[in-house]
Design a protein around this ligand. Structure first.
Ligand SMILES: [Zn+2]
Ligand SMILES: [Zn+2]
Length: 350
C-alpha cells in the first residue's frame, strides 16, 4: 500500500481580490518553495469572476482556482467550481448547497478566528452558524489567522515577525474539538492553509510586507497521498488532487518546523486489509503503523482524546477497539520547546 505524496498550499489570495501579486508570480513562489500544487481562493465579493482560465501547470506546479465565498460570518473555501458564485444575500447553508450543486466541495475556513488585536481591533471572521451541513470539512489550521491573533502590540509584532514560524500556535482547541466531534458521526476532512495575501502594510509611516508569499508557501501545507503518480495532463492531475482532498487522504504540516515529507499513518488488519488516513472501515483487530520523517513527540488521539504519546520515529500500535484515530506530531525546537508540526486526518474504525 505505497502511495505517491504531493505537497500543496491551499487558501491563497491574488490580485483578483485582496492579495498582493498575480497568479503567475505566486506560482513562481510555489516553485521556489518546492510545492507540487497550489489553490487560489479569492474572495467572491472582491473578484469579478472565477478565473478558471488561470488554471494549469506553471513549470511543474499545478495551479487550481477556487473561491473563498462569504462575507462577515461564513468564509467557505470552495474548490472544483464550474462557474462564479456570489454570496451576496445568501446564508452559509445556501453557499454550501450552491457549491455542492456545481459538484464542487469546500471547507469551513477559520471558524473560530480571533482577529488581530493591534491594527484590526480583533475583527474576526468566524462561523456563527455551526449547524450547517453538507460541507466536506474544516480548515483547522490557518497560518495567517493564528499568527495575527497574537499581535497585541508593536513589540509583540516585532517578536512574532522575527520568530514567525517557531512561535506559531497549533490549531485552536476549539477548532479541533469541533472537528473531532463531527468525526464521531461521519468522515469530515481537515485541511490547513496559509491564507496568503502577500500584502504590504504601513505602520508608523514605514511600508513592509510581514508575510510574503515566499514565506507563507513554506508554512502550513497539505500533503496528499495518491495511488498513482500525478498525471502531466492538467485535467487528470486536477481530478487526482481534488479526489484526495475530498477523501481526506492527506495530512497537514508546518514545513518551517521541519520538512514533513514521508509521514505515514495507516491501519493493517490481521486479515490483511489496509486503510490510510482519511479512510473508513469496520473495526477488525489490527495495528496502526506510524512513521515520522524526523524524531518528534507523537500523539495518538482516539475520538479527540489522547490515547498514547511517545517520542521517536517509527511505531506500531495495537488497536483494541473501534474509534476515530488521528495523529499529531510535535517537534522540539530549542528554546521554543515542542512546536506543532504534523496533524493527520483520521482513520475511522466504526
Ligand atoms: Zn477568510
Ligand atoms: Zn482568505
Amino acid at each position: 500500500m505505497s502511495h505517491f505524496e504531493y505537497i500543496g498550499n491551499l487558501h491563497i489570495h491574488s490580485l483578483y481580490s485582496d492579495g498582493g501579486d498575480n497568479i503567475s508570480h505566486i506560482a513562481r513562489s510555489a516553485t521556489r518553495a518546492g510545492l507540487d500544487f497550489i489553490a487560489i481562493n479569492d474572495h467572491d465579493y472582491l473578484t469579478d469572476t472565477l478565473h478558471l482560465e488561470e488554471e494549469g501547470f506553471y513549470e511543474d506546479v499545478l495551479v487550481l482556482v477556487g473561491l473563498e465565498i462569504g462575507g462577515r460570518y461564513h468564509h467557505y473555501l470552495a474548490y472544483d467550481l464550474k462557474k462564479m458564485l456570489k454570496s451576496r444575500g445568501q446564508g452559509p447553508q445556501e453557499v454550501i448547497d450552491q457549491v455542492n450543486g456545481q459538484q464542487g466541495f469546500g471547507f469551513l475556513a477559520h471558524p473560530f478566528e480571533k482577529g488581530m488585536p493591534l491594527t484590526e481591533n480583533s475583527m474576526a471572521y468566524t462561523w456563527n452558524d455551526l449547524s450547517v451541513t453538507g460541507f466536506t470539512g474544516v480548515c483547522v489550521w490557518n497560518y495567517t489567522s493564528r499568527w495575527k491573533e497574537r499581535v497585541k502590540s508593536a513589540l509583540h509584532g516585532l517578536f512574532l515577525l522575527t520568530f514567525k514560524s517557531l512561535s506559531l500556535k497549533p490549531p485552536s482547541r476549539e477548532t479541533l474539538a469541533f472537528w473531532d466531534d463531527l468525526c464521531g458521526d461521519k468522515r469530515v476532512v481537515a485541511v490547513g492553509g496559509s491564507d496568503a495575501h502577500g500584502s504590504t502594510f504601513k505602520y508608523a509611516s514605514i511600508n513592509f510586507k510581514p508575510l510574503s508569499y515566499d514565506h507563507l508557501l513554506r508554512t502550513v501545507n497539505i500533503h496528499i497521498l495518491l495511488e498513482k503518480k500525478m498525471s502531466k495532463d492538467f485535467k487528470k492531475a486536477k481530478n487526482q488532487v481534488y479526489g484526495a482532498m475530498r477523501e481526506g487522504r492527506l495530512f497537514i504540516a508546518h514545513e518551517k518546523i521541519c520538512p514533513a515529507k514521508g509521514f505515514r499513518f495507516s491501519f493493517h488488519s490481521d486479515e490483511g486489509a489496509g486503510l490510510v488516513m482519511g479512510e473508513e472501515g469496520l473495526f477488525q483487530p489490527g495495528d496502526f503503523m506510524i512513521s515520522v520523517p524526523r524524531k518528534g513527540e507523537v500523539r495518538l488521539l482516539k475520538d479527540g482524546k489522547l490515547e498514547k504519546a511517545w517520542q521517536g520515529r517509527e511505531a506500531v500500535y495495537r488497536v483494541k477497539e473501534k474509534g476515530v484515530y488521528r495523529i499529531e506530531v510535535y517537534r522540539h525546537v530549542f528554546p521554543f520547546g515542542w512546536r506543532p508540526w504534523i496533524f493527520s486526518n483520521p482513520i475511522y474504525l466504526r
